[in-house]
Write a protein that binds this ligand. Structure first.
Ligand code: NZQ
Ligand code: ZN
Length: 383
């Protein structure tokens, strides 16, 4: 196991009706004037936004609002949010929605207290200072409710990039699984795929003897394999929704990733797909991950055979572990197909002829690499 530090100070409020406590927690964490930030309207239609506003009113907390965050959130609205917060003297950002609303809220939070262009953070400058962010989550997926990360797309050149820093971890996150019951099956499945992908990025490592985190990763994956088909069949299954919602947090606040090298090549590759085609992040990952696994499998057949046996329930073929490893990848593909995810370019609506352009946009240059399990060069990514 490698040395590590782990600090995850978010206060989680989990369960039914908890969105009505939003005002209480904003007050508790010192917010006086709030920007409520949300997406394309699902929180308006469901009545959630009204309930959140009522809970702020109850605590006499003033607020302004800014909706319209798109999936794959854009920089334009971030600039607008920064300006609004400065003009209105906002000191707390409350994101109500999914990863996109939360990531956009984090970008605004970092930008308001920074003199330069907020995009600097997405070109590698670490975020050390930001307004406090709280969240009311409506989709189990990105894990942004417990992470210090944010991903934004710059309209100019459609560059999708990530930024991070401890200052961006939400001070509180409200997780009511009931709020996810209005999700269309496709969005539920996209979110589930992203959750599983966050585990895969950590599971495939060159670090030896990371038993606790291996087993935690496996637990999250097995939970998803059990619960996702249940909610696809019955969207109102509260218990299954609850397990998935907590799995989404656990998968990405880095509890299952400490002490080990992590990969993240597949996320980097996927961001090019969602930047070019504006597809859901989870759908892009469903295409990239099985392909990545097949490409790098030989690097550590035993690790791939291990996940096949422990997570997918395959029989170990001791004479030929590669067969077991391949069987595990096949079961992943079958699972993704069964929940309605695309698993190839055609199903995603991506085009082979666009590959060189996407690889080029990643900006690795001739000798650069991405990923650490197997560092990939441009020719590997193309393959
Ligand atoms: O915009 P609205 O109208 O709210 O609709 C959203 C959106 O169309 C809808 N939705 C959300 N909750 C709903 C609902 N519809 C009905 N009922 C509900 N309860 O679902 C659609 C997707 O929402 P979005 O916020 O985009 O989903 P997600 O949470 O998957 O976020 C995706 C973004 O997060 C980034 C992705 O790249 C992508 O841009 N990521 C962020 C990470 C982080 N900050 O740590 C890590 C991830 O790896 C990921 O890259
Ligand atoms: Zn992801």
């Amino acid at each position: 196991m490698n040395n590590f530090t782990f600090y995850s100070p978010t206060y989680f409020v989990f369960g039914k009706n908890t969105e009505n406590e939003a005002g209480h927690y904003v007050k508790r964490f010192g917010g006086n004037k709030v920007l409520i930030h949300y997406g394309g309207g699902s929180v308006v239609r469901s009545g959630l936004l009204d309930r959140v506003k009522a809970s702020l009113n109850k605590e006499n907390i003033k607020f302004v609002e800014l909706g319209g965050v798109k999936p794959n959130p854009r920089s334009g609205l971030v600039y607008e949010g920064i300006e609004l917060c400065r003009k209105e003297g906002v000191d707390f950002i409350l994101a109500v929605g999914g990863g996109s609303a939360i990531d956009s809220a984090k970008a605004i939070a970092a930008g308001v207290v920074y003199e330069g262009d907020f995009w600097d953070f997405y070109e590698g400058k670490p975020v050390t200072k930001a307004l406090k962010v709280g969240t009311v989550l409506t989709i189990a997926a990105a894990g942004s409710e417990g992470s210090g990360d944010t991903v934004i797309t710059k309209e100019e050149g459609m560059l999708k990039r990530g930024a991070g820093g401890e200052a961006l971890r939400p001070v509180f996150s409200i997780l009511n699984p009931e709020l996810t019951q209005t999700l269309p099956a496709y969005q539920t499945a996209c979110g589930a795929t992203d959750i599983m992908a966050h585990v895969f990025e950590r599971y495939f490592t060159n670090t030896k003897e990371v038993e606790v985190t291996d087993r935690l990763c496996e637990a999250v994956l097995m939970t998803m394999i059990k619960e996702v088909p249940r909610v696809i069949k019955d969207p109102n299954n509260y218990e299954a929704r609850a397990n998935i919602m907590w799995a989404g947090m656990v998968a990405h606040n880095n509890l299952v990733g400490v002490g080990r090298e992590q990969d993240w090549a597949s996320h980097g590759i996927e961001h090019e797909l969602s930047a070019l085609y504006d597809v859901a992040h989870g759908a892009g990952l469903a295409v990239v991950f099985p392909a990545w696994m097949t490409y790098v499998m030989k690097h550590d057949i035993n690790r791939f055979a291990q996940i096949a046996v422990r997570v997918w329930g395959c029989q170990m073929n001791f004479a030929n572990p590669e067969e077991t490893a391949k069987e595990g990848i096949e079961r992943l593909k079958k699972f993704l197909t069964s929940i309605g995810m695309p698993i190839n370019f055609e199903q995603l609506g991506a085009k082979e002829e666009d590959i060189p352009q996407m690889v080029e946009k990643m900006g690795l240059g001739e000798n650069g690499t991405i990923g650490s399990f197997v560092p990939l060069k441009n020719k590997d990514i193309e393959a």
